[in-house]
Design a protein around this ligand. Structure first.
Ligand SMILES: NC(=O)C1=CN([C@@H]2O[C@H](COP(=O)(O)OP(=O)(O)OC[C@H]3O[C@@H](n4cnc5c(N)ncnc54)[C@H](O)[C@@H]3O)[C@@H](O)[C@H]2O)C=CC1
Ligand SMILES: O=C(O)C1=N[C@H](C(=O)O)C[C@H](O)C1
Length: 269
């Protein structure tokens, strides 16, 4: 067996799971050590290469996280909040780096993840692409430079299957804008406007979500004032940008002290 870091991928039949497996199998920096799907999924017990329509890869899909995490130096996890919270505790027990891409996590979920990060290295980001993480830094800088005469709106668009809104990326961008302005996002956030909402409040940060077709992920941060507007935009056209970031994070996390990190740490931004 090679001594490359062993990576376990969760949710392997999902949109991100398939992309991650393809890149992991092609990588010369890490090896695919395990694949996980939910109990009852038809892929469980099958070879992942065959499930994806190719040659056998020698890795069977499991539904037992304890068994597969025991083989892992890192777990890459793009699933759903309840699964991710469970995996955070199990990955910590297995001393594996946990890379979390799952979005839609509530405050109670984040607390459990923070508890796991006392004993384990966790890297979590609502978006793992280089472009979005640069956009986060640009958003903070622009928000720092402008006063509250400039209204800030975050507009995101995703495919019809996405279950959470605003997107994890939109929330990262909103947090960056709030930080740049020196306010807490929770105090100024406007979400889901509908009906007679009243005029826009000065200093608030608004969120709008579009869902349709196969849109991979699009984010605008709009700064609008009397007579002029600035739009910072990121368009993802291929999920490989998220998957490449996650694989990079899994390697970066090897040997790091326990704690919760993000993609700004990984990318050195
Ligand atoms: N941080 C980032 O860069 C990105 C984050 N995401 C997020 O990743 C998550 C997944 O996105 P998609 O792949 O599009 O969703 P998907 O619905 O296509 O895939 C999720 C997969 O997780 C599996 N799963 C659910 N519970 C499980 C469990 N207990 N054990 C094992 N497998 C389980 C499902 O069966 C499914 O195959 C979402 O929260 C999404 O917002 C997506 C793209 C990029
Ligand atoms: O669900 C998705 O697809 C995506 N989710 C992430 C998010 O919530 O921001 C990242 C990316 O935009 C794709």
């Amino acid at each position: 067996m090679s001594d490359l870091p062993g990576i376990v991928i969760t949710g392997v039949s999902g949109r991100m799971g398939r992309m991650l497996v393809g890149l992991a199998l092609a990588s010369d920096k890490l090896r695919l050590a395990g694949c996980l799907e939910r109990a009852g999924h038809p892929w469980v017990g099958q070879d992942i290469g065959v499930c994806l329509g190719g040659q056998p890869a020698g890795v069977l899909v499991s539904d037992d996280p304890v068994e597969v995490f025991a083989k892992a130096q890192a777990v890459i996890d793009f699933t759903a909040p309840a699964a991710t919270v469970e995996f955070a505790a199990l990955a910590a027990q297995a001393r594996a780096v946990h890379v979390i891409g799952t979005t839609g996590l509530e405050a109670a979920d984040l607390e459990k993840i923070a508890a796991a990060a006392r004993h384990a290295t966790i890297i979590r980001a609502g978006n793992m692409s280089l472009g979005v993480n640069l956009l986060v830094q640009l958003t903070k800088k622009v928000a720092q430079a402008l006063d509250a005469d400039w209204d800030i709106e975050v507009i995101e668009a995703h495919h019809r299957h996405k279950v959470d809104a605003p997107s994890g990326t939109a929330l990262m961008l909103g947090e960056a804008a709030a930080e740049g302005r020196g306010v807490a996002l929770g105090d100024v956030s406007d979400r889901g406007r509908d009906g007679i909402t009243g005029a826009r409040e000065r200093g608030h940060i608004g969120f709008s979500a579009i869902r349709g077709g196969d849109i991979v992920g699009e984010h605008d941060v709009l700064f609008a004032t009397e007579g002029e507007r600035i739009v910072l935009r990121h368009l993802a056209t291929d999920r490989a940008v998220f998957a490449r970031g996650a694989l990079k994070a899994a390697l970066w996390g090897q040997g790091k002290k326990p704690g919760e990190y993000n993609m700004l740490d990984v990318l050195g931004l």
